[in-house]
Design a protein around this ligand. Structure first.
Ligand SMILES: [Zn+2]
Ligand SMILES: [Zn+2]
Length: 272
């Protein structure tokens, strides 16, 4: 048997294997098809995961110095968000969703043709590959957007300055964004899984993972389980890298990974 026959055989075995996710996908398809086809579903999924993921960090912020074991992981220990800052960010997030995100989802509901639900669930490999591909693509898109919105003063003042209200970020500051930035980010996170031909399940997992890593970027803590500590070779920037961006805004434009900033000479570590 030569190499191409071996590849063909392996692919056949892999391809015919039933995904471990198949029973769950069959259940969703058969009993909840209207819910999972709805354009409101990804909105509800991302908004609810945002607040759920923010919650533990919010509790850490509120407990502050009463939890010294947690506070020793704070990246800027002398900077604590005040109640007014937390209320301001939650208000901006709610306003953006009421004014922009929900109307866009409802409009999509009216105009978009029904979403087809494939028979097959993705394999775990397809799912992990799809999530990684989406994160890498988003990282490049946002790097370019972010770089331009810092280098062109009009773009910065008009659209991005609101996100730099706080030099010491905290979880709820993640979505303290202007409308244009939110629309751009929402556009890419919706379009990219379609471009990469991802399964709906992969798309939803990517959306939740993306919310998680975005909140983690802003949480203000560098915990031992930070994504940047779990990934090898300093490939992933995470909270310490994005915290530096809020302190020193002409560095670390990529939201998640570190390769683009290293390539373009804009990378900076915590101890600058
Ligand atoms: Zn930020
Ligand atoms: Zn910025």
């Amino acid at each position: 048997m030569n190499f191409s026959h071996l590849c063909e055989l392996l692919w056949t075995v892999y391809d015919e294997q039933d995904s471990i996710l198949q029973p769950m996908w069959d259940h969703l398809r058969l009993y909840h098809s209207d819910t999972i086809r709805s354009p409101l579903f990804p909105v509800v999924l991302t908004v609810s995961s945002y607040f759920i993921i923010c919650l533990p960090y919010l509790v850490c912020d509120i407990m502050g110095d009463r939890w010294p074991a947690v506070q020793r992981f704070k990246i800027q220990p002398s900077k604590k968000p005040t109640p007014a800052m937390l209320v301001h960010c939650a208000g901006v997030t709610l306003r953006n969703h009421l004014v922009l995100v929900f109307p866009a989802a409802v409009a999509q509901w009216a105009w978009r043709p029904p979403v087809p639900l494939p028979d097959r669930a993705p394999t775990l490999l397809e799912l992990a590959g799809g999530v990684a591909g989406n994160l890498l693509l988003f990282d490049l898109q946002y790097f370019i957007w972010h770089f331009l919105h810092h280098k062109i003063r009009w773009l910065y003042v008009t659209f991005h300055a609101i996100h730099h209200n706080y030099m010491a970020p905290f979880a709820l500051a993640t979505q303290c964004l202007g409308g244009w930035e939110l629309v751009t980010v929402g556009f890419w996170t919706t379009l990219n899984p379609v471009l990469l031909r991802c399964h709906l399940l992969t798309t939803w997992v990517f959306m939740v993972v993306h919310v998680y890593v975005s909140v983690e970027d802003h949480c203000g803590y560098d915990f031992p389980w930070s994504t940047s500590r779990l990934m090898p070779f300093g490939f992933y920037g995470g909270p310490s890298q994005h915290d530096v961006h809020h302190q020193k805004p002409n560095t670390n434009f990529a939201p998640h990974f570190s390769h683009w900033d290293k390539l373009f000479g804009t990378h900076a570590d915590l101890a600058f």
